[in-house]
Design a protein around this ligand. Sequence first.
Ligand SMILES: CC(C)(COP(=O)(O)OP(=O)(O)OC[C@H]1O[C@@H](n2cnc3c(N)ncnc32)[C@H](O)[C@@H]1OP(=O)(O)O)[C@@H](O)C(=O)NCCC(=O)NCCS
Length: 173
Amino acid sequence: MSLPTMRRAELPDAKQLALLAEATFRDTFAVMNTPEDMALHCRTSYGEVIQAREIADPRMLTLICEDGGKSIGFAQLRWGEAPSCVVARAPGEILRLYVARDYHGRGVAHQLMRACVHHMTEHSSDVVWLGVWERNPRAISFYKKSGFTEVGEHIFRVGSDPQRDIVMARALV
Ligand SMILES: CC(C)(COP(=O)(O)OP(=O)(O)OC[C@H]1O[C@@H](n2cnc3c(N)ncnc32)[C@H](O)[C@@H]1OP(=O)(O)O)[C@@H](O)C(=O)NCCC(=O)NCCS
């Protein structure tokens, strides 16, 4: 593997980002959800128009990680409301952080996390938070390793299924 590169997504990336986002979501969660819930979630969350809107949203930042021109991971940051369990002056959220399966355990997620923290700090956020499904032990382990601790919970709906997400947060210096 050549050294992966990281850049901000631009509007022409929307289609590729939508494909990567849906593929990694399905790859991670299809075995634990019904096809109907997966289809509904993907229809309402992924698509060129949806990701173009996210890329253009001034309250969001999308980062793409590439290996030899191929998209292998992405992260999306969002600034705005946070759940009450997140105690912060200026909270920032990691809305999505996904790495293609072939690249798990190879430092790509760590590289994305470092970039997320950098942009959060640039944005003057004092706390970064995220929600992670309680049935996603690998991600929970990765976030703990990245300095996050559990601060609460919220419901995240996948299709018609209300799932318990653990809310995790990390202070920024
Ligand atoms: C979550 C994700 C970004 C983490 O990236 P990664 O490269 O897999 O992370 P790492 O390998 O550095 O760290 C994962 C840790 O979990 C551990 N782990 C793996 N399976 C585990 C399990 N079933 N239970 C507990 N820990 C587990 C690994 O051993 C590793 O710890 P270690 O470095 O101490 O050995 C990546 O796995 C991913 O994209 N997953 C699919 C999408 C996803 O779930 N995104 C997060 C949504 S909130």
